[in-house]
Design a protein around this ligand. Structure first.
Ligand code: FES
Length: 117
């Protein structure tokens, strides 16, 4: 029996649909950006904390995503804002893989409080 509740976990795609080094926007509310970093999957808020641009449209460099509007970077592992002009982190979400399918816990947003002031 599955331990993934369909009430919490949103099925995103098959693992072979998201190749390493790429990301995809998940149409949840709020939208989530899901990334494949060398076979590990990470989910963060898709909306940049600087001026609400879509991070899944940005440039992925290792485990950092660069917003293509004003070039702030964020860790896709922690959501931490790494470079200006963004100062606030973005939220992160748990990700699970079951039977070659990727699920995101869209209701379990976590924000790094220590970066908020
Ligand atoms: S909207 Fe992302 S850096 Fe400005």
């Amino acid at each position: 029996m599955s331990d993934i509740s369909t009430d919490t976990w949103v099925m995103v795609c098959a693992t072979d649909e998201l190749v390493p080094g790429e990301g995809v926007k998940v149409g949840t509310c709020p939208p989530i950006a899901l990334f494949n970093i060398d076979g590990e999957y990470f989910a963060i808020d898709d909306t940049c904390s600087h001026a609400e641009y879509s991070l899944s449209d940005g440039y992925l460099d290792g485990d950092k995503i660069e917003c293509e509007l004003h070039y702030a970077t964020f860790s896709v592992r922690t959501g931490e804002a790494l470079t200006a002009p963004a100062a606030d982190p973005v939220g992160t979400y748990p990700v699970r893989v079951q039977d070659d399918t990727i699920f995101v816990a869209a209701t379990q947003r976590c924000v790094i409080d220590k970066f908020r002031s």
